[in-house]
Design a protein around this ligand. Sequence first.
Ligand code: CUA
Length: 330
Amino acid sequence: MNQDFQLFPGQASRVARDVDNLFWYLTTIATFFTILIFVLIVYFAVKFRRRSESYVPPATKTHAKLEILWSVIPFIIVMTIFVWGARVYFLILRPPATALDIHVVGRQWMWKVQHPTGPREINSLHLPAGKPIELTLASQDVIHSLYIPAFRVKMDVLPGRYTQISFTPTKTGEYHLFCAEYCGTLHSGMIGKVVVMQEQEYQDWLARTPSDLAPVDAGASLFQSMACVTCHGSVAPTLHGLYESNVKLTTGETVIADEQYIRESITDSTAKIVDGYKPIMPSFRGQVSEEELMQLVAYIKSLKSDRPGAPSDQNPPLPLRPTPGQEETR
Ligand code: CUA
């Protein structure tokens, strides 16, 4: 399919239709009111023009009903935009638990991709059709923005934190992948292609693509080689069952241990101290690359609770619900 520079490339993900419908809804409303306002400006300018130098216009009366009408109608319209917009936003932001988690690191000036079982690629993204995908995005340097027009998804890729988007490709084929945030000299060259294949073709592709260790296994070996293992579980909190659990901090605050929390605890280790512990962990900022961080996070996410039957043994469906009484400070 020729995807070159169409205003509306063919919809190739499940959410694309929702995004387009919302877009047309907004455009229709904006067009209608723009025309209405301009017509009224001209009409009123003529109708209420000053007819002579000495003419003093009569005082205007207030029309309570009219005032209410033109407040309530716009209110209802903007609320439909809000509810509809929030619905589409959550479709893109909240992946189902079964989503395939693919890591994407942006840097000047390329996209580096790693699939959950280990295969890597640069400036291309191979995906199976019909499966929910979750992209975990990070930047090694400046702000980038990952944009796949055919899927109608775009997300900033930020240094120092993770962002995520989710979508389900519906059609096999090749699509554009752009960086949509000016990020330096070769920004315009920071492009790639998305290749959507049938599930079996994708599996074949994975099998013949150069692969590193799966992120979980690479993270496990980093955990050993960086000696994290010597403290965690003894003088430092255990990491088993940590992911998506509630963590009580020394400040009395409770946070959910998501990817962002785990990442921050490695790069800025004293930002949030677990209740009952001392801020003795050194910061690993600058010592681990963005990809190694993703591997460590993947490994820590994979660590199930060492108490059998604890809630974190299963992957809980979204939305995340904190598990009351779960203990993290051992
Ligand atoms: Cu990366 Cu523009």
